[in-house]
Design a protein around this ligand. Structure first.
Ligand SMILES: [Zn+2]
Length: 92
């Protein structure tokens, strides 16, 4: 049972916007030990951790926008979408 603290109406609720800004895709990819990770000045390339393909350049992530796209399985989204895909769950 969740109790809301007085004066903190958002206590216990996750601020998804803040999480998306605070957590980098690079950190998440490292957390999942993604293979073939290469970092360029503006983007990351790696083997896609979602469809587990064999190509090292199918998965691209923009460092500036903190979003990703896979050219093979067409998965795309932000850092939370990646975690949801990796954990096989979805955001409510
Ligand atoms: Zn993929």
């Amino acid at each position: 049972m969740h109790k809301v603290e007085e004066g903190k109406p958002d206590a216990g609720l996750v601020d998804f916007g803040a999480v998306k800004q605070a957590v980098s895709l690079e950190a998440v990819l490292c957390h999942y030990q993604v293979q073939g990770l290469r970092k360029g000045p503006h983007r990351l390339e790696s083997r896609c951790p979602i469809h587990r393909g064999q190509r090292d350049d199918s998965f691209r992530a923009s460092l500036g926008k903190n979003v990703f796209h896979c050219f093979a399985c067409h998965a795309s989204g932000d850092v939370l979408d990646l975690v949801a895909a990796m954990e096989k769950c979805r955001l409510l």
